[in-house]
Design a protein around this ligand. Structure first.
Ligand code: TA6
Length: 312
């Protein structure tokens, strides 16, 4: 069990925005902006960046930061009447000095607890009192864990319902050389085809054009294999049934003002999410959604990446 005393540094980031820096042994680090409760960096022992941050990211409220791990809450995309992906990603979060205990089996104390509560304006747009606590932890093996705890703190006796996603932008060497394992044969909603429902074929997912799919009822483990880097990202998730896979490709990229024209070649979003079955909380109830990311060397078997070994 980790000691409950967190170890982090508070520093100034781009445009003077406050950020938290987590450091683990052997050079590993992660950074979280209080603006958006937004993880913008996750580095391995060689100091390599594992998340993609847009070359044109704007660190200026109210524009959300493009890249890293934006939080989509209380709404994913336009599944509701709020602004796209909800408001959590462009609010100023606070460090939570006395969070309720959260059991962990990592020996690392490189973690920080953040909290978001609604402003008066938020309550006008979404009239529900909540506490959104998120712990960001850098584990002793370099794994990055985000644990969200969302509680209905309303005193009006009313439940509320939300959708959610960790909109993770992974850094990849070349999108054309990347495969995603763990989503084969699953049903998905295709955002490029009016969210019509299809069933994925049986092979690993590869990329050769714009992709924007919401995979439904996905397993708790998904692997992203980067052939050129010989690196595999393993996504482990709890409480998040769905997984969104997004790459805007060339044409769509040009319509996104804070994304560089060439960025799509070096990024892939695989997003642990709760979309198809929104979460409903009665007053006093709490939901927990956990994401754990690790980056491991890819295993090879007769010249091919062997996803089974990765997913075992
Ligand atoms: O998660 C995929 C998605 O919903 C896409 O449809 C795409 O628009 C992307 O997120 C980015 O959304 P944003 O609001 O950050 O521009």
């Amino acid at each position: 069990m980790a000691t409950e005393r967190p170890s982090f540094e508070l520093a100034k980031g781009i445009n003077g925005l406050d950020k938290i820096v987590l450091r683990e042994s052997r050079n590993r680090s992660a950074e979280v902006y209080l603006y958006g409760g937004h993880v913008t960096s996750w580095k391995n022992e060689n100091g390599e960046e594992l998340l993609h941050l847009s070359s044109k990211a704007i660190f200026k409220p109210p524009k959300p930061i493009r890249g890293g791990i934006p939080l989509c809450f209380p709404q994913f995309s336009n599944f509701g009447t709020l602004e796209s992906h909800g408001f959590a990603r462009n609010r100023i979060w606070e460090v939570d000095a006395s969070p309720p205990p959260l059991p962990t089996n990592s020996s690392s104390n490189a973690f920080v607890d953040l909290i978001l509560r609604p402003t008066e304006d938020d309550l006008k747009a979404w009239p529900h009192n909540f506490e959104f606590r998120m712990r960001v932890a850098l584990g002793s093996e370099g794994e990055l864990t985000l644990t969200s705890r969302i509680r209905n703190t309303s005193s009006d006796g009313k439940p509320f319902t939300f959708t959610f996603a960790y909109h993770t932008y992974f850094s990849v060497s070349d999108i054309s050389e990347v495969r995603v394992e763990g989503l084969e044969t699953l049903d998905y909603l295709d955002n490029l085809k009016n969210r019509e429902r299809f069933t994925e074929q049986g092979d690993a997912i590869t990329f050769e054009s714009e992709t924007d799919k919401i995979y439904l009822s996905t397993p708790t483990k998904i692997a992203i294999l980067d052939h050129e880097k010989k690196r595999t990202f393993v996504v482990r998730k709890d409480g998040l049934a769905d997984a969104v896979v997004w790459n805007p490709w060339d044409k769509r990229s040009k319509t996104i003002s804070d994304l560089g024209d060439e960025d799509y070649k070096h990024m892939l979003c695989v997003e642990a999410a709760a979309i198809e079955r929104p979460i409903t909380l009665k007053p006093g109830e709490e939901w927990k959604g956990r994401l754990e990311l690790s980056a491991v060397p890819s295993s090879y078997s007769s010249g091919q990446l062997d996803p089974k070994k990765v997913l075992e």
